[in-house]
Design a protein around this ligand. Structure first.
Ligand code: FAD
Length: 313
């Protein structure tokens, strides 16, 4: 199965085992929670439109790995035509949801990690790229939503990660053994995190050898043991609960960010994509930022079209 139906996507989230705190309380049903639900609806739209023949050209692509039809959000760009289609897809989704549809961050992260791990393996003889490709094949086959987790909480911006008074200001490796690594820290402002199946973690700044423990990239299930989410409040997000008929904002669709805490999370070696290669962390950040800037341009135009349309009406 390379394309999930929207219903299968929703069901797959119900089967996750998230630990999410919202307004100080543990959320038991994250799919139907009235504050979270609109953001899930936005991601669901990326699955719905991929099923429609009229949107097939923008919403799907042919996997360069398997030749299968896949959702474009799980695709590695192969040409300038792919990059143009990516922006047009985002514009379409912006027009349909008037909101952030959250799947761009993971797509941009996967594209950045692909070329960076390839170059790491060429230079260092590591096996990171092979591991990443195995992960990508699973993402494409199961049509998964991936959270791209880059931004650390950072602490004192004037100090490098290893100089922080609190060592957990940047996600870092606290233990290595035969089976894998244990990581600790937190990633801030994670778009769509609690609508995602997997997380792709990346370092957030260029680093030196003193920061080697912080030069870490890996993938893990979004509900892995030891991961906690503190759901980010947005202005007016309780307005949707007030039950009025006017001034409820975008009632159906929305976006979200969450603080993602890694409390000694175990990552097996097959899911580790960087571990100490500090000289490649800057490359990864720049490539991700390049792709993501293009995404922001694409989706802002889409959402802007809706707003301009609403004003005209
Ligand atoms: C809506 C939203 C969604 C987001 N989604 C994601 C996501 O899905 N995944 C993710 O990983 N991140 C996400 N982010 C985080 C985003 O990428 C970061 O906000 C961004 O990288 C800036 O980091 P920061 O907020 O820590 O600001 P800072 O890095 O602290 O920067 C704040 C200001 O200080 C300046 N500054 C910083 N350091 C220095 C310095 N040493 N010297 C001089 N000036 C300095 C900066 O230029 C800037 O003007 C999201 C953010 C927003 C607002």
């Amino acid at each position: 199965m390379a394309l999930k139906t929207p219903e299968q996507y929703e069901d797959s989230l119900r089967k996750m085992n998230f630990k999410i705190y919202l307004m100080g309380e543990l959320v038991k049903n994250w799919v139907d929670n009235p504050i979270i639900r609109p953001s899930m609806n936005s991601v669901k739209k990326t699955y719905e439109l991929a099923q429609k023949p009229e949107h097939e050209d923008l919403m799907t692509a042919k996997s360069h790995l398997t030749g299968e039809k896949i959702n474009r959000f799980t695709h590695l760009h192969q040409s300038t035509e792919d990059l143009v289609k990516k922006v047009k897809m985002q514009r379409l989704l912006g027009q349909q949801t008037g909101s952030c549809f959250q799947r761009c961050v993971g797509m941009d992260a996967m594209n950045a990690v692909d070329s960076t791990t390839y170059e790491m393996d060429q230079k260092l003889g590591t096996k990171y790229h092979e591991r990443f490709i195995n992960f990508l094949k699973m993402v494409q086959k199961e049509d998964l939503t991936v959270d791209g987790a880059m931004t650390d909480v950072k602490g004192d911006r004037g100090l490098a990660p290893h100089q922080q008074a609190d060592p957990d200001m940047y996600v870092h490796v606290v233990e290595k053994n035969d089976k894998g690594i244990v990581v600790r820290g937190a990633k801030a402002h994670q778009t769509g995190a609690v609508n995602s199946h997997w997380v792709l973690v990346m370092p957030t700044i260029a680093m030196t050898k003193d920061d080697a423990d912080y030069a870490v990239s890996f993938v893990c299930p979004a509900d892995e043991k030891g991961i906690f989410y503190i759901y980010g409040r947005q202005s007016c997000d309780t307005r949707k609960l007030e039950g009025g008929t006017i001034d409820v904002g975008n009632h159906e669709f929305g976006g979200h960010e969450a603080l993602m805490v890694f409390d000694n999370v175990f990552i097996p070696w097959e899911n580790v994509l960087m571990c100490g290669e500090f000289e490649f962390s800057g490359m990864l950040v720049e490539r991700f930022a390049g792709y993501h800037r293009q995404s922001y341009g694409g989706c802002k135009v889409g959402v802007g079209d809706v707003l301009i349309g609403a004003q005209a009406a």
